[in-house]
Design a protein around this ligand. Sequence first.
Ligand SMILES: [Cu+2]
Length: 233
Amino acid sequence: MLFLAALILVAEIAVQAHYTFPRLVINNQPSPSDWLTTRRTKNADSKTGIENPTSPDIRCYQAATAASVATIPAGATLHYLSTQQVNHPGPTQYYLARVPVGGSVKTWDGSGAVWFKIGTTMPSVDGQGQMSWPAQNSYQTANTTIPVSTPSGDYLLRVEHIALHMAMRAGGAQFYLACSQVTITGGGDGSPGPMVAFPGAYGRSDPGILVDLAKIVKAPDTYQPPGPAVWTG
Ligand SMILES: [Cu+2]
C-alpha cells in the first residue's frame, strides 16, 4: 500500500513538471547564466504556476530585478530556455513594454497600460487527432520575432506559457512567465499597440483561459489566445 502510494506520488511529480524561463536566447545565443538579464521569479525554486490571472504576479511574477540588460537587434528571433520540458498544452505569448522617460530598465516595474503583444501560438491537430502546440515537450519556449519597426529603446520583455490541461474549470489554467530587461537597437518608427496592463489584460473567464481542450481539439483554429491582438509592426 505504501509502495503503491509512493508510485502514484512519483507519477504525479513526473506529470506535473512545472517550469521557469531563466535564460533568454537571442538569435540562437543564450544568455551566459540564469537570471542574468531575466528577473528572477518567485517560483524559481518551486516552479509553481500562477492560477489567478488577475493577481499582481501576472505581470512579471518577480522576486528581484536582474543585474544586466540584454541587447536585441530589431528583427531578431528569440526564445527562452526552460528548466523543465514545457509539457503542458497551451499557447506561448510575448509582450513588450517600453520604459518611460526618466525610468530605468533595471528598476522599472512595468505598471500601467504599457504592454503590447508581439507573439502568440496556436495548436495544431494531426491525423490521429493528437493536438500539439509549438515547442510543446521541448526544453525551450516557441520562437518569436521582434518586429523590425519596433522603436529603439529600453523595454521589459515578458514571456508566458499558459498551461491549459486543467483549464476547463475556472482558476484551472496555469501561467508560467518571466520578464527580461532588454535594449532594442536598430529599430524603426512603428506605433505599437493595442496597449494593456498586467494585471488587467486577462480575466478568469476569458475564452482562452477558461477553455475545454476537448472542444479545441475538434476545431483548433477556434482557440482564442487571451489578451490583445499581436502587433506585427
Ligand atoms: Cu504543471
